[in-house]
Design a protein around this ligand. Structure first.
Ligand code: NAD
Ligand code: UDP
Length: 335
């Protein structure tokens, strides 16, 4: 059985579906700080079986010990954590307590349970403002905010751990920009309050919850002046985790990999593609740059392809169509 921390959240829930499809049993641990219990019913509807579930916090060592005693866990996929860059700037202690201390607590409990296979959610944010694109795993790392620092710190600690104890099998997966939803429209991204990320905001404009999109910056040195990113369908990302798990269980060791498509789109290109897929128009206004944003970042995903035999299969049209299906069928998210 695979322990999926944060498995009720956006990427975790899609990964639970992909794991079930690949024949793995799962146990979700989540404190619902950024998710909703209804996701469990939806997962059952998609996969035909209900994932095992424990409500609780990764910072609770006794709870982790009891989970590892009660269930026969073979590996941990660790998604639980806080992810808003802007919130991390105002609440650095909360971010480090969840993302760094929480992860250390989980690793210590794994060590007590003699369980050594761990997949960590890192982020393209560890590349900071890259000197050149596409970024490769060896590209320099840097950060400008506490969220990014929590990922950098954990990447380094995992490196220390593997150097000290080679029996640990660790993957540090650097996600680019996950978008889209499961094709059933039953699970998807359900941000609380005003969305920080582009695609949830675009969806909320299209459904009529928000008046218009503010595009942060029209004067970047990019194709059309707007920011450029590597958007990856969340089910491709989820399948990348299954490939990583298969690889770690077979070959072990330490893996660092970009999970992206290698294709880049500007904000305006994303808006246009979404308008076509949804047959709605998305009102927008170009405003000043958002502080801390970079002009462009996209992945060189060739390492993941070579080592894992994984690559993305879903294109921009499907990303937009699937995210719109989720939005339309669940205009208020899971509420
Ligand atoms: P999410 O907020 O949707 O999911 C995280 C889940 O973890 C939520 O269900 C939340 O309730 C739970 N959680 C948070 N703190 C917890 C704690 N202390 N104990 C137990 N559960 C806790 O986020 P997501 O988009 O699915 O992201 C998953 C992981 O991927 C995070 O680590 C995030 O930093 C990383 N990541 C996300 C993105 C992105 O754009 N979504 C990009 C790169 C990396
Ligand atoms: N963006 C935007 N308006 C929004 C949200 C995002 O113009 O309301 C832009 C942002 O400046 C960036 C791109 O969309 O160029 C992706 O932003 P997101 O926050 O989704 O991801 P990240 O910045 O973390 O890559």
């Amino acid at each position: 059985m695979i322990l999926v921390t944060g498995g009720a959240g956006y990427i975790g829930s899609h990964t639970v579906v992909a794991l079930a499809e690949a024949g793995y049993k799962t146990l979700i641990l989540d404190n619902f700080s950024n998710s909703h219990p209804a996701v469990l019913d939806r997962l059952e509807r998609i996969s035909g079986t209900r994932p095992n579930f424990v409500e609780g916090d990764i910072r609770d060592g006794d709870l982790l010990d009891s989970i590892f005693k009660q269930y026969s866990i073979t590996a941990v996929m660790h998604f639980a954590g806080l992810k808003s860059v802007s919130e991390s700037v105002s609440k650095p202690l909360e971010y480090h307590a969840n993302n760094v201390l929480g992860t250390l607590n989980l690793l210590a409990a794994m060590q007590r349970a003699e369980l050594f296979t761990f997949i960590f959610s890192s982020s393209a944010t560890v590349y900071g403002d890259p000197d050149s694109v596409p970024v490769k795993e060896e590209s320099p790392r840097s950060t400008t905010n506490p969220y990014g620092r929590s990922k950098l710190i954990m990447e380094d600690i995992l490196d220390d751990l593997h150097r000290a104890e080679a029996k640990w099998n660790i993957a540090r997966l650097r996600y680019f920009n996950p978008v889209g939803a499961h094709e059933s429209g039953l699970i998807g991204e359900d941000p609380q309050g005003i969305p920080n990320n582009l695609m949830p905001y675009v969806n909320q404009v299209a459904i009529g919850h928000r008046e218009k999109l503010s595009i942060f910056g029209g004067d970047y040195p990019t194709v059309d002046g707007t920011g450029v990113r590597d958007y990856i369908h969340v089910m491709d990302l989820a399948e990348g985790h299954v490939s990583t798990l298969d690889y770690l269980l077979k070959s072990g060791g330490m893996l660092t990999a970009n999970l992206g498509t290698g294709r880049a789109y500007s904000v305006l290109e994303m808006v246009k593609a979404f308008e076509v897929a949804s047959m709605r128009s998305v009102k927008y206004e170009i405003v000043s740059r958002r502080s801390g944003d970079i002009a462009e970042c996209w992945a060189d995903p060739s390492h993941a392809e070579k080592v894992l035999g994984w690559k993305t299969r879903r294109g921009l049209d499907q990303m937009c169509a699937d995210s719109w299906r989720w939005q339309q069928r669940n205009p208020e998210g899971y509420q």
